[in-house]
Write a protein that binds this ligand. Sequence first.
Ligand SMILES: Nc1nc2c(c(=O)[nH]1)N[C@H]1C(S)=C(S)[C@@H](COP(=O)(O)OP(=O)(O)OC[C@H]3O[C@@H](n4cnc5c(=O)[nH]c(N)nc54)[C@H](O)[C@@H]3O)O[C@H]1N2
Ligand SMILES: Nc1nc2c(c(=O)[nH]1)N[C@H]1C(S)=C(S)[C@@H](COP(=O)(O)OP(=O)(O)OC[C@H]3O[C@@H](n4cnc5c(=O)[nH]c(N)nc54)[C@H](O)[C@@H]3O)O[C@H]1N2
Ligand code: SF4
Ligand SMILES: [Mo]
Length: 690
Amino acid sequence: MQPDLKQFRSVCPLDCPDTCSLSVTVKNNRIVSVTGNPHHPVTRGVICHKVRKFPERIYHPDRVLYPLKRTEKKGDLSSFQRITWEEAYEEIVSKFQSIIATYGAEAILPYSFYGNMGILNSECMDRRFFHRLGASHLDRTICNSASSEGIRYTMGMGVGIDPEDTVHAKLIIIWGCNLISTNMHQAVYVNEARKKGAKVIVIDVHRNRTAKWADWFIQLRPGTDTAFALGLIHVLIAENYIDKDFISRYTKGYSELQQAVKPYTPESVSNITGVPAEDIIHLARMYGQTSPSFIRVGNGLQHHDNGGMAVRTIFCLPALTGQWGKKGGGALKGNSGYFGFNRERIQRPDLHPNPHARTINMNQLGDALLSAEPPIYALFVYNCNPAQVAPDQSKVRQGLMRDDLFTVVHDLFLTDTCRYADLVLPATSHFENLDLYRSYWHLYLQLHEPVIEPIGECKSNFTLFKELAHRMGFKEDAFQVTEEEMIQEILETTDSLYLKGITYEKLKKQGFVKLTVPDELTFPAYIPTPSGKIEFYSEQLEQKGLPPVPAYIPIQDNDNYPLIFVPGPNHQYLNSTLANIASLQKMEGKPFLHIHPEDAKQRSIQTGDEILIYNERGRCKLYANVTEDVLPGTVVSQGLWWDDPEQGLQSVNHLTSQRLADMGGGATFFSTTVEVCKFSSIPSNKDTGE
Ligand SMILES: Nc1nc2c(c(=O)[nH]1)N[C@H]1C(S)=C(S)[C@@H](COP(=O)(O)OP(=O)(O)OC[C@H]3O[C@@H](n4cnc5c(=O)[nH]c(N)nc54)[C@H](O)[C@@H]3O)O[C@H]1N2
Ligand SMILES: Nc1nc2c(c(=O)[nH]1)N[C@H]1C(S)=C(S)[C@@H](COP(=O)(O)OP(=O)(O)OC[C@H]3O[C@@H](n4cnc5c(=O)[nH]c(N)nc54)[C@H](O)[C@@H]3O)O[C@H]1N2
Ligand code: SF4
Ligand SMILES: [Mo]
């Protein structure tokens, strides 16, 4: 290596399960390349293409480098003027103080997600600040809350098996997870299992990259997975593939489940799902005959009205054939539950002056801004881009346009949310920060030490909220800690046995440390449901008025629109992050709508046509790709592309609904019904545009 080049260990900060260990080459305080760190036991030196492009993002000419203030009306990005941090802080403090004096602190709403997954910069000082301020709480439900709650009803805890064990599985079912794009190291383990003879099955609504790579792709109608799983259980029981010893030892409610699945014959399930009855029988037999078997459950199938129940039902399968406890056997949706930090101590809800402060569900931002009572007068956005990612954009944007709403956005770029900001504050990239990273898939905790100095006048979330707390006059010790002290506090205040023995010193030395996950603290030895058993029958669900035993309840968007629209993530972007990076845009091409030839023919649509996709909530322009990769009646788009006013392109989330899933207040992005037509065939007064 050249003497002026330095190599640093880093961590990928993106909201991706893999949480890769990175190796960063720096020359004169400038990052010249980002590659994988070969020493990490799970990510093993391999990273995705999009993160190799990080230098393009970090040194992008559009990066926000100093605070900006709006000078004209909301709705565009052209009228920002540079101000100092001091002026920005003064404006925030004076606005917040006057809002609090007039309306009370609940009129202020933080709005954040995991644009940076670092614990210090996503759920620490920010939480302390808004608690102490007395702001409304935000329920962060946009990603996986329906499935997490669903799994808890079955298993007691929202975790699964160690992904490193999945190489031992002999049958792997990838269910609603596009892991070639979204969890590439799981694909590496699956390939290793495959070399030893494992079969790989994908269950999805779209023949995507992952489906094409599988040994067998099973395609079903959106939102019908509960019925499909019940059909499998029906066959497993009818043909006696169940593990009776496991069931009697570790489960509750088997006889109720047995009754409940009776109507779900392969034929009736075939009518619901569109999957041939013989395929349902064949898969059930494979599952019943093969052990250990592993189910990787993705996020896609739970972005539905019935998403919580779907995942709860799928998690019943490994118990029926006695998979839990066999190396490589079981299921996995996410593993962040193993990182048991002490939230009370880190986030300090005790600082909140109002124990009855309201909670706003982040999936209902549009309604909250337009009609919450009492109203919201200030919105503070960080680590998030609600003007792309939140459902029902017409309402979100109408709310953001309000003249009497004071909006602050902290980000690295002028995202679409900044169109509506009064103030934009420049955020450091994670390369500029100290932080701690868990994964929601593998079991390593990682320390991130800064790789470069902060660029321009950028500040980290931690620094921003700490400084703002001081400007607001908050004197508590909670606002005096340094980042190092915060990390110590996070590690020392936990009573989680999984984190036992992980110290700052060890992390500093090694960079990453694996959690301790002893057999006695994993399924099936440890099942923290009320009964201590895997609950096919859940009294907690019954008390909530939901079916206590798995049952299929169809999705429920407007019947007047004939197509179900599934607008998921794409390969080269990370949600809306990276959608402004030219080299990645080039690789993605255009925002396509995949539509079946029958549906396209009825509407005289051909590949490449500009098409309008619409429903009662909004409209959006996409480009047609006529393909048998989707079933008739289903249309799929990929990627959260930024607005392109010149092209008339708007966010797909103009079409999605604020309706909540059956569990966890989750989002229902994929339970959306729409109609589609050629763009040229609509009258001009129905044109797109805000
Ligand atoms: N490249 C890339 N990687 C990412 C992201 C990204 O944007 N881009 N996003 C990150 C984030 S935040 C998350 S949460 C994860 C999400 O990644 P995944 O867990 O893979 O989830 P999705 O991609 O949302 O959906 C997965 C699949 O579910 C399918 N699906 C939709 N409805 C149904 C249904 O009713 N039944 C079934 N069986 N399948 C259905 C979709 O067609 C899609 O292929 O990926 C993370 N990683
Ligand atoms: N139609 C549709 N909508 C979806 C989904 C879908 O599949 N389809 N997926 C949903 C899911 S699963 C998720 S998780 C959400 C994701 O929603 P978001 O969390 O909003 O994800 P991003 O679009 O990546 O936006 C993150 C923003 O944080 C900024 N950021 C990065 N690092 C920092 C930092 O250190 N500080 C600050 N202040 N900002 C930073 C980035 O520049 C970016 O603008 O989207 C949801 N929306
Ligand atoms: S986005 Fe995912 S796969 Fe890519 S480097 Fe980051 S953690 Fe690894
Ligand atoms: Mo997500």
